[in-house]
Design a protein around this ligand. Structure first.
Ligand code: 5AD
Length: 353
């Protein structure tokens, strides 16, 4: 194992140069293996063989943003837009609850039809019906007041990937109407309001360099999110990045292990994007330090329309099938899907690993 990796295992506080050196070890199999082993040790120490499951409800693919990588960006006139009604969302929850889900993730594009009042009403109703469940929102950038209102309505968690912590790279992935400063402010606002917060980024997005990744890790260390979502970039045919190469599964797995070591108690999903690029991708993610999976609860008729990238998996399966096949694959690598909320540890209080 390279010296920098040993040093990282002992003490994760590192300079940008050290991060670059550690990230460059991705090609050194012995070092990767040693870090993967350490990540799995930490993961088992905190979570044993448990894998938490989140029911993902993709409730709208309308979006006011035009992120260059994303299939549901505003400028994509080929996207078939849909929006679930409150009743349809509640039906997804009902089905999910019966299947054992105790976390519902409401994810959508930045759809302004869902004003604070409309969204809060939905959250309130879910909270009323499912008091033992966690409600996670993933609806992009909103004002702190809006986040506060949704929290008061009963939301517990919020997913908002920062996408890249390098401002110039952020500018290559997004139109000038968007900024990394605003994105980061949203994450800090969410944290200060008491949400369990998830940040994250794509691996291998166009223009990403090893320096960008080093900055992602420095940002994660600073923000200390409760959850981190990472997955490989996958080109979408109706975007400016259609001809770009997809991100690497191996690098994603290596980064999952580094995140587990940096933030020992973090909730770390083996993402759908990982499973899309490699049929065993999600299982490999679990074996690299991930401890969460997020199967789809969206109505089958809308599944294909939530089309962030090409060839997305599980768009033709009923929620029950989806969960069942996932339970099997989780077991095939020695873990166990559990029907628990799977809340984040209080991460501010450091404890010995
Ligand atoms: N490839 C991989 N991930 C993508 N996302 C959006 N478009 C793509 C793509 N082409 C991710 C973004 C976003 C999350 C919901 O999906 O990181 O935050």
């Amino acid at each position: 194992m390279r010296a920098i990796a040993e040093r990282f295992i002992k003490n994760t506080k590192m300079s940008k140069e050290e991060w670059i050196e550690l990230l460059a070890c991705a090609k050194d199999q012995e070092t990767v293996d040693a870090l993967t082993k350490e990540a799995v040790r930490i993961r088992r120490h905190y979570y044993g063989d448990k894998v938490y499951t989140r029911g993902l409800i993709e409730f709208s693919n309308y979006c006011r943003n035009d992120c260059y990588y994303c299939g549901i960006r505003r400028g994509n006139l080929h996207a078939h837009r849909y929006r679930l009604s409150k009743e349809e969302i509640l039906e997804c929850c009902e089905e999910g609850y019966a299947l054992g889900f105790r976390t519902f993730v409401l994810q959508g594009g930045e759809d302004r039809w869902f004003t604070d009042e409309r969204l809060a009403e939905i959250v309130r109703e879910i909270r009323k019906r499912y008091q033992d469940c966690a409600i996670t929102l993933s609806v992009g950038e909103r004002s702190k007041e809006s986040y506060r209102l949704l929290k008061e309505a009963g939301a517990n968690r919020y997913l908002l990937r920062h996408e890249t912590a390098n401002p110039a790279h952020y500018g290559k992935l997004h139109p000038s109407s968007m900024s990394l400063t605003v994105r980061k402010q949203c994450l800090y606002d969410l944290k200060s309001l008491g949400y369990q917060v998830g940040a994250g980024f794509m691996v291998g997005s166009p223009g990403q360099t090893i320096e960008c990744l080093a900055e992602d890790f420095l940002f994660l260390e600073e923000l200390k999110p409760h959850m981190v979502g990472i997955g490989p970039f996958i080109p979408h045919h109706d975007t400016a990045f259609a001809k770009e190469a997809a991100g690497s599964v191996e690098l994603t797995l290596y980064l999952l292990s580094l995140i587990r070591i940096l933030l020992p108690k973090v909730l770390l999903p083996a993402t759908t994007a990982l499973g899309t690029l490699d049929p065993r991708g999600r299982e490999k993610g679990l074996c690299a330090g991930a401890n969460v999976v997020m199967p789809n609860l969206s109505p089958l008729r809308n599944r294909k329309q939530y089309d962030l990238y090409d060839n997305k998996i599980c768009t033709g399966e009923e929620a029950a099938e989806c969960r069942e096949s996932l339970a099997k694959s989780v077991e095939s690598v020695g873990y166990r899907l559990v029907d628990e909320r799977g809340d984040a540890f209080e991460i501010e209080k450091e404890s010995a690993r």
